[in-house]
Each structure stands twice: as C-alpha cells, then as structure tokens.
Design a protein around this ligand. Structure first.
Ligand code: CO8
Length: 258
C-alpha cells in the first residue's frame, strides 16, 4: 500500500509509522488520519507484528489538526460530513499495543493522538499542549477527557484554559509520559521498548491492554472482576505452561502466542 502522508516500516516484530507532512509540522488532516488508521489496522492483522509505534519528526510529533483545512468549515460541514472527527476512533480499536514516540510539538490533536496511544515515550524536546482555545474552538479528540485522567483536573484545566505548553520533564512528573529520553535516542528507545513487548506472549499483551483500558471505563470492583476472568483464562493457554515451565527450568520462555 502506498501512503502519501505517513511512512511505514517494519523492524523485526515492530510496525513503525512516521507521520510525514513536514511542511505543516505533521498537521493532521483527514487523509493522513485515514492512512494512519489503515496502517494500524494492517499491522494489527499481521501475525508477524507484536507492537506498533507512531512517531513524527524531530520538530513535531504533530502540531494539531490541520487548521488550514478546518478554517472555512461550517457547523453543517463538520456535523453532516463528520469531517475532522470521522476516523480518529480507529486508533482505539487496535488490539495490539501502540506506543507514541514524541519529539517536539504535540499540540491539540497531536497531543490527543499521543494520548490515544497506549503509552508515550517522550524526547527531552517534547512539548505538549491543548491550544485550541486560542483558535476559538475546544479540544475535539478527547483532550478534555483524557488529559484530566492522565495529569489531574488542575493541570488539565490550566493547559486547556491558558493554552500553555508542558515540557517533557513536567509531562513525566505529571504522569502524561512513561519515560523521557534524549532526543537523538528516541527512535532507538521506542523500538527497544516495542521489541520487548513484541517478544512477550501476544495473547497476554492483548489481555493486559484490554484490562488496563477497562480501568478507565468501569468501577474498581468490576475492573478487578474483569481482570480475574482474564487471569483465569490465561491458564488455558500454552504460553502460560511454557512461561512457568521455562522459569522452573531456568531458561528463556519461547512463546507461541497460543
Ligand atoms: N495546521 C496547519 N498548518 C500548521 C499547523 C496546524 N495545526 N501547525 C503548523 N502549521 C504550519 C504553519 O502554518 C507553517 O506553514 P507555512 O510554512 O506554510 O507558513 C509551518 O507549519 C511551520 O509552522 P510555523 O512557521 O508556525 O513554525 P514555528 O516553529 O514558528 O511554530 C508552532 C510552531 C508553535 C507549533 C506553531 O506552528 C503553532 O502554533 N501551530 C498551531 C498549533 C495549534 O494551534 N494546534 C491546534 C490545532 S486545532 C486542533 O488540533 C483541534 C483538534 C481537534 C481534533 C478533532 C478530531 C476528532
């Protein structure tokens, strides 16, 4: 498949997607989001891939939705045509893990896209923000919902209401990103993390993703019950037998993803 707005590579068992509209700091238009959804779904369906990464350039992960493309839309354009918003939820339907590797600007829809991923590894140059208020709009791809769950209500209010940016150190302190690495090692570190995950048992990886995501959608008691059902089901897998046998035999496990 030929893409115009993203680059797609395979590194071992890892699918790497690079947002590639450098002249517009990777501004996210409908075409790019369509391509991103297709690439993620294609990796998700590929038995040889165990984890995916979305990254951008040194200067920008993505500087937001494409303002030029949105500027003249009317309410009826965006409501009836479902423009801008139509293809964002595809990212959430992917069952294998997706890591956001963020350098430079992750603003507006760029910050929201990073937050839709399962975790964020940030370069020390990363800058996160929800500056929509300066454009006379509000975040539209989950910024007002995922940011408070991630960094607290107070910081989410501060960022969305003042449009200020959060640097990588603050983002790590606040829990928005899982780790910060030096900028020129970002891809290497993200690939290393993704490779660790891709070499685990895929069914376990998928169950952990499903179970942690459930924590955001349900009560603690129901979430724990959900986790317990999945935990019990792991004993029906060959990978559980292999993993525990390998520990006892003091060797590395060879998972078959069954
Ligand atoms: N859209 C379109 N083009 C952009 C965008 C953008 N979001 N951001 C930057 N560009 C373009 C610039 O227009 C410029 O193009 P040109 O060279 O042709 O003039 C080029 O990228 C380089 O940008 P700058 O010259 O501005 O670079 P600077 O280094 O001076 O500044 C900034 C970098 C600070 C990132 C600046 O470009 C900026 O403020 N960009 C806009 C950031 C922003 O407001 N983002 C939020 C957009 S709205 C949004 O994301 C809503 C999401 C809703 C999603 C709903 C889906 C469900």
């Amino acid at each position: 498949m030929q893409y115009e707005n993203i680059l797609v590579e395979i590194h071992g068992k890892v699918g790497l997607i690079t947002l590639n509209r450098p002249a517009a700091l990777n501004a996210l238009n409908d075409k790019l989001m369509d391509e991103l959804g297709l690439a993620l779904q294609s990796f998700d369906a590929d038995d040889d891939i165990g984890c995916m990464i979305i990254t951008g350039s040194d200067k920008a992960f993505a500087a937001g939705a494409d303002i030029g493309a949105m500027a003249t839309y009317s309410y009826m354009d965006v409501y009836k045509g479902d423009y801008i918003t139509r293809n964002w939820e595809q990212i959430r339907s992917v069952r294998k893990p997706v890591i956001a590797a963020v350098a430079g600007y992750a603003l507006g829809g760029g910050c929201e896209l990073a937050m839709m991923c399962d975790f964020i590894i940030a370069a020390d140059t990363a800058k996160f923000g929800q500056p929509e208020i300066k454009l006379g709009i509000i975040p539209g791809a989950g910024g007002t919902q995922r940011l408070p769950r991630s960094v607290s209500k107070s910081k989410a209010m501060d960022m969305c209401l003042t449009a200020r940016m959060m640097d990588a150190a603050e983002a790590e302190r606040a829990g928005l990103v899982s780790r910060v690495v030096v900028a020129d090692k970002l891809q290497e570190e993200a690939l290393a993390a993704a490779t660790v995950i891709a070499n685990m048992s895929l069914p376990m990886v998928m169950m952990i993703k499903e179970s942690i995501n459930r924590a955001y959608e349900t009560t603690l008691a129901e979430g724990v019950q959900f986790e317990r059902r999945l935990f019990h089901s792991t004993f029906a897998t060959e990978d559980q037998k292999e993993g525990m046998r390998a520990f006892v035999e003091k060797r590395a496990a060879k998972f078959k993803n069954v």
